[in-house]
Write a protein that binds this ligand. Structure first.
Ligand code: ADP
Ligand code: ADP
Ligand code: ZN
Ligand code: ZN
Length: 959
């Protein structure tokens, strides 16, 4: 077996780790949270793989990537280029959708460009183009002897007498022409009615098909195309022997060849040299791959530039209070300089005067016709203004046009930001959200356009592409393209994402979904010999889909890659080839490899993980469940996203888990609907909840606290100490010290946010930010304070031998002992330890905390507050990043909240958590359109008995 050998790894808490990882195998790195898993997998192995890769690039490429820091490790042997697949969502770029990140969209563009059938977007008829040669080639296929006329359509359905056209025909020397379907000699053309639409074609040639007619026919067709701007009409005599052209029209002719005058059957065919609809008179570009991109000006809807939505000023935001006198109701016109306000007041007074509207009329009582003038302008109606005492007459511009102008003309980002506060996003009225130009949308394949395909779920697309009907030639052209599309769809299904639609914006995906999409994309890329490092890919995934995920990870390995997964999921650990267990505890007490070897060996080892796997340690099932005893919060008729008029109840004062496969609607129900409805009720939040009919029981709770995984701060200035408020207490404590009193240091002296005690070089950051041109910012330590953040004088004050910087450098476990004598601080440290964060440093920058850690910092902050006993807590997968033992601790914390009478609602997949819940609301049965219902609700025992519940099936095994 070949190995990656890591020697002397010392990043963060790692204690000179020496470990081997088998190449081309699937390895799981597990252990308590904070034990050093990420420090080993990401900060050492991945970082070094990445650095080696960059070093292998040319000097030219390297200069753009900058110097990468070598991780603190003696050496790593046998490492190939590394790729990490993380959970971070792709950011909020609305141009990034599932189809683009998976590259499926690129292949769809190629597909449509090569075999899509262009149609006219107005009338829906197919459009095509043919060269003169191709037209002749088709006509030559007619049976020998067939009579044929070549016509040049000069006027097509246009009103008028068209005398000039007849003149032109005469001058060109044509003898015959067809007017509205009848053939005439040029000398005998009827006078045309001026008010009617007419079609005029010059007869260029009359032939009958023979073997040697080709060159004459070519001349005629080219002549006609030249005269009629790329169009030619062929009139073909419909004979009995002809099979290939079916008569499409009964043509009444006044003797088409001049010899016969009886009505006959002729077929008319129109050929076009360029892409155009001959009926609607619209020309099209030949559609190439770039036309199908909404990120290219060739394809993007010109109104919304390919976003599908538009920001517009919103009546309700511009006039937030409709009971106010209308003249004072335009919110954005009431702010700004005094001059501007006076100007707008005059403008509105004059407008009211002109329309006979009383000043002081509440906005809500204005006639709608006047509201339209107010918002959109008075068109041509001029208003008399007195500006600087001089009368001026001009139309009123309208509030919206004025605001739009200000939006476009101002150059200050702050101003734009302020104005955006009055805008809402609406679906683009031009493309209806389709993002593309009409001509692009009219291009179809098997009757569907590119938009139809991407609005499907992954599963439906898969079906579509499996049953696609193509001609032999099309199949040949698209073989490779289709292979790529099909395999990518297959990978997405395999990682449990079959319910996602391809046009879903990447920014709205959860971290787990985003990571699994990246995983699917990587497999699609088919790289070999790469080291992949993944962070808890099972997040957000139901047990049901875990098998498929594991199968996919093995697939990645079987391609010839080394796969390293940081994971707590039992099934993943059990099926891995190799396990590295970090420990023994967290932070300073961790950082060692307590086990490394084949998975079956782990079962006999003496580590915390092994004890849980053997079942010696386990989360117990409560002996008795608490029945709902003080009522319910009831949500009725919820129907956002995939929810199907769901009625759901959550027992007050108990611990409820909302479960279901991913995509079943858990977040939509809890986060999108319940949480927002509550937020609106309690703090008048503007976030619109998902649609629902009714909600009851709100009065039975007195506040709601949402504890999510978003960072506790976006700058290195936030940290656990500041977030929990402990730092305020610590600063006050320092200010009471004799040394502070003597020097006159107040608590502010110990803040790194204000001038006084902090290092001014780095303004209290301890690090300096260096802005790179088009790369992420780089941070370097401040050489003035040596990362201590404070100036020398401040650091001279000590409490129990430690200065303020030393305190920030302490772990929470240490601080718990250190502040023994200060109950206020100690209590906060205790709750941080209770949620398993004792290993964190007090001053660890918020930007280095994982989502799970951030969530637990928030949780502990809430715990340290005095509980009202009537609070509703909402959490989303709080077990993220937690080892069995950590989950155990977390459960105790949540149950403590419940035991004080509070209501706890948790979205969760972790079975240890679910089996301890008092109540379960299980959504499903499937994801996307196949979900969105309550499958079963009640205590775990009831859910376990339910046949249709996937959660029940797995729950049964652990009850
Ligand atoms: P795990 O992945 O096992 O949860 P980590 O490797 O993330 O653990 O963390 C191990 C220890 O290193 C923890 O005490 C953590 O707080 C600390 N740590 C992690 N990242 C940083 C960092 N960027 N700076 C300082 N300490 C860190
Ligand atoms: P869960 O939380 O159970 O994984 P979600 O509530 O996130 O499920 O999703 C339920 C359904 O709603 C899925 O089909 C999902 O694709 C869709 N959905 C969720 N969020 C959005 C969104 N922001 N825009 C469009 N569809 C969404
Ligand atoms: Zn548009
Ligand atoms: Zn400094």
């Amino acid at each position: 077996m070949k190995w990656i050998k890591v020697a002397g790894a010392r990043e963060h808490n790692l204690k000179d780790v020496h470990v081997r990882i088998p190449r081309d195998e699937l390895t799981v790195v597990t252990g308590l949270s904070g034990s050093g898993k990420s420090s080993l997998a990401f900060d050492t192995i991945y970082a070094e793989g990445q650095r080696k890769y960059v070093e292998s690039l040319s000097a030219y490429a390297r200069q753009f990537l900058g110097q990468m820091q070598k991780p603190d490790v003696d050496y790593i042997e046998g490492l190939s280029p590394a790729v990490s697949i993380e959970q971070r969502t792709a950011g909020a770029n609305p141009r990034s959708i599932v189809a683009t990140t998976t590259e499926i969209y690129d292949y769809l563009r190629l597909l449509f460009a090569s075999i899509g059938k262009a149609h006219c977007y107005k009338c829906g008829k197919p459009v095509s183009s043919q060269s003169a040669e191709e037209i002749v080639e088709q006509l030559m296929q007619l049976p020998a002897g067939t009579k044929l006329m070549v016509l040049a359509p000069l006027v097509r359905g246009r009103k008028g007498e068209h005398v000039d056209v007849f003149d032109k025909i005469r001058k060109q020397g044509f003898v015959r022409l067809r007017v509205d379907g009848e053939i005439h000699e040029i000398e005998n053309v009827p006078k045309l009615a001026k008010t009617k639409k007419h079609t005029i074609e010059a007869v260029v040639d009359r032939l009958s098909i023979t073997a040697d007619i080709r060159s004459r026919m070519t001349d005629s067709v080219e002549l006609a195309l030249g005269e009629a701007e790329g169009l030619v009409t062929a009139l073909i005599e419909v004979g009995t022997s002809r099979r290939d052209v079916r008569p499409s029209a009964q043509l009444r002719t006044a003797g088409p060849l001049g010899e016969r005058s009886l009505p006959e059957e002729w077929e008319e065919r129109l050929f076009s040299e360029d892409y155009s609809c001959n009926d609607c008179g619209i020309s099209f570009d030949k559609l190439e791959a770039r036309h199908f991109s909404f990120n290219s000006p060739y394809g993007a809807c010109p109104t919304c530039h390919g976003l599908g939505t538009q920001m517009i000023f919103d009546e309700d935001l511009v006039v937030p209070d409709k009971t106010v006198a209308w003249e004072k109701s335009i919110h954005p016109w009431r702010y700004g300089g005094r001059r501007a306000i006076i100007y707008y007041n005059k403008l509105l007074a004059a407008l009211g005067h002109a329309y006979g509207i009383d000043a002081g009329t509440p906005f809500e009582e204005l006639p709608r016709s006047f509201v339209d003038v107010l918002f959109h302008g008075s068109d041509d109606t001029e208003i008399q203004y007195y500006m600087r005492r001089r009368p001026i007459s001009k139309p009123f511009e309208g509030v919206f046009p004025a605001l739009n102008r200000r939006m476009e003309e101002n150059e200050s980002e702050a101003m734009s930001h302020w104005l955006r506060g009055y805008m809402t996003r609406r679906v683009c009225p031009e493309c209806n959200g389709a993002r593309l130009r009409p001509a692009v949308l009219a291009c179809k394949m098997n009757g569907r356009n590119i938009r139809d395909i991407i609005t499907d779920s992954v599963l439906d697309s898969q079906t579509f592409f499996q049953s696609l009907k193509l001609t032999k030639q099309e199949e040949l052209i698209t073989k490779e393209i289709l292979k790529e599309i099909r395999s990518r769809l297959g990978f997405m299904v395999n990682v449990g994402l079959d319910y996602l639609t391809l046009d879903r914006e990447s920014g709205t995906l959860s971290g787990g979904e985003a990571q699994r999409i990246r995983l699917a994309t990587q497999i699609g890329a088919g790289l070999v010999g790469v080291v992949y490092v993944l962070d808890e890919p099972s997040i957000g995934l139901h047990q049901r889909d875990n098998d498929r995920l594991i199968h996919t990870l093995r697939g990645l390995r079987d391609l010839g890659n080394t796969v390293i997964v940081v994971e707590h999921d039992e099934q993943t650990i059990r099926t891995a080839d190799y396990v590295i267990d970090m420990g023994p505890a967290a932070g300073r007490h961790g950082g060692e490899v307590v086990f490394a070897g084949k998975t079956d060996k782990l079962l006999t080892a003496d580590t915390l993980t092994a004890r849980y796997l053997r079942g010696e340690k386990m989360v117990e099932i409560p002996e008795k469940r608490t029945k709902p005893y003080k009522g319910w919060i009831e949500l009725k008729g919820a129907e956002a996203n995939n929810l199907k008029k769901v009625n759901a109840r959550f027992p007050l004062g108990l611990f409820t888990c909302v479960t279901g496969v991913s995509g079943s609607g858990k977040s939509t129900l809890v986060d999108h609907t319940l949480k927002r409805a509550m937020a609106r009720h309690f703090n008048g939040s503007k976030d619109q909840p998902g649609k629902f009919r009714d909600i009851q029981g709100l009065d039975l709770v007195d506040k709601m606290i949402v504890i999510d995984q978003s960072p506790i701060g976006r700058t290195p200035r936030s940290n656990p100490a500041t977030y929990t408020g402990a730092f305020t207490d610590i600063r006050s404590l320092f200010a009471t010290l004799p040394a502070s009193k003597m020097r006159g240091y107040k608590p502010g002296r110990y803040s790194f946010n204000v001038k006084g005690g902090r290092c001014e070089r780095c303004k209290g950051d301890g690090i300096l930010k260096i802005e790179m041109h088009f790369l992420p910012d780089v941070y370097v330590p401040c050489e003035q304070c040596n990362e201590k953040r404070y100036n020398r004088e401040t650091l001279e004050v000590h409490y129990k031998g430690k200065n303020i910087a030393d305190v920030l450098d302490m772990t929470i476990n240490e601080a718990l002992e250190f502040f023994e004598a200060v109950p206020k601080i100690q209590r906060k440290m205790k709750t941080l330890c209770d949620v398993g964060l004792g290993y964190l440093k007090l001053g660890q920058p918020a930007t280095t905390l994982s989502g799970g850690e951030a969530q637990r910092v928030k949780l502990s902050t809430e715990l340290s507050k005095r509980s009202t006993g009537q609070t509703l807590y909402i959490l989303d997968e709080p077990t993220t990043g937690l080892h069995f033992a950590d989950v155990h601790k977390l459960l105790e914390v949540l149950e403590r909240l419940r035991d004080e009478g509070n209501t706890v609602i948790v979205i969760e997949h972790n079975l240890d958590m679910i089996k301890r819940a008092d109540h379960i609301v299980d959504l499903g049965p499937g994801g996307g359109v196949n979900g969105g219902r309550v499958v079963v609700s009640g205590p775990p025992e009831k859910v376990a008995k339910h046949e249709k519940s996937f959660t029940g099936q797995y729950l049964k095994e652990c009850l």
